[in-house]
Design a protein around this ligand. Structure first.
Ligand SMILES: Cc1cc2nc3c(=O)[nH]c(=O)nc-3n(C[C@H](O)[C@H](O)[C@H](O)COP(=O)(O)O)c2cc1C
Length: 140
C-alpha cells in the first residue's frame, strides 16, 4: 500500500544553506532505511516536500517532520493512495531553484514566485511533476 503526501511550510529564519544540506543528508539516510522517496524544494523561506512510500512509514515521517522546530505553518497540500511512485529514484531529491525556469512558475500562478499557500494542492503537485520531467532535481 503506497501513498504520496505533499505539504508546504515556512522555514524559521535560522535555516540557511548549511542547515538545508544537513536536513537533506539526514533525510536521505533515514528515508533509504524506511523505503520513503521524494523531493524537497526550498525557495525564499518556503519548503514544499513530497513524500511517498508505505502508508505507515509516510504518516509517521510526516508527523515527525511537522513537529520539527526548523519550520512552521506546516500545511498538508495533498494525500493520496497511489499505485506507483513518481520519485522512485530519490531517497530525497533537492529541487534546484537555480535551474527552475520562471516561466514554469508563471504557468501555474499569478506571478513567478513559489507560493503554495496561494494555489491549490493540485497546482503545486502539477508544478512538481514538471520539475521531475525536466530533471531539475539533484541528489539521486
Ligand atoms: C523541511 C524538512 C524536511 C525534512 N524531511 C525529512 C525527511 O524526508 N526524512 C527524515 O527522516 N527527516 C526529515 N526531516 C528531519 C526530521 O524533522 C527529523 O529531524 C529527523 O527525521 C530526525 O531523525 P533522527 O531521529 O534519525 O535524528 C525534515 C525536516 C525538515 C525541517
Amino acid at each position: 500500500m503506497l501513498v504520496r503526501l505533499m505539504y508546504a511550510s515556512r522555514a524559521v529564519p535560522a535555516v540557511d544553506q548549511e542547515e538545508l544540506v544537513s536536513i537533506l543528508k539526514k533525510s536521505k539516510a533515514n528515508n533509504h532505511k524506511s523505503g520513503v522517496t521524494g523531493a524537497l524544494c526550498f525557495s525564499e523561506g518556503i519548503f514544499i516536500q513530497v513524500l511517498e512510500g508505505g502508508r505507515s512509514a509516510v504518516n509517521q515521517l510526516y508527523n515527525r517532520i511537522a513537529s520539527d522546530a526548523r519550520h512552521a505553518d506546516v500545511v498538508l497540500l495533498s494525500y493520496e493512495e497511489i499505485e506507483e511512485r513518481r520519485f522512485a529514484g530519490w531517497s530525497m531529491g533537492q529541487v534546484s531553484m537555480q535551474r527552475l525556469n520562471p516561466a514554469l512558475l508563471l504557468k501555474y500562478s499569478e506571478c513567478a514566485k513559489l507560493d503554495p499557500y496561494a494555489v491549490s494542492g493540485k497546482v503545486s503537485m502539477a508544478l512538481f511533476e514538471e520539475l521531475v520531467a525536466t530533471a531539475a532535481i539533484m541528489g539521486q
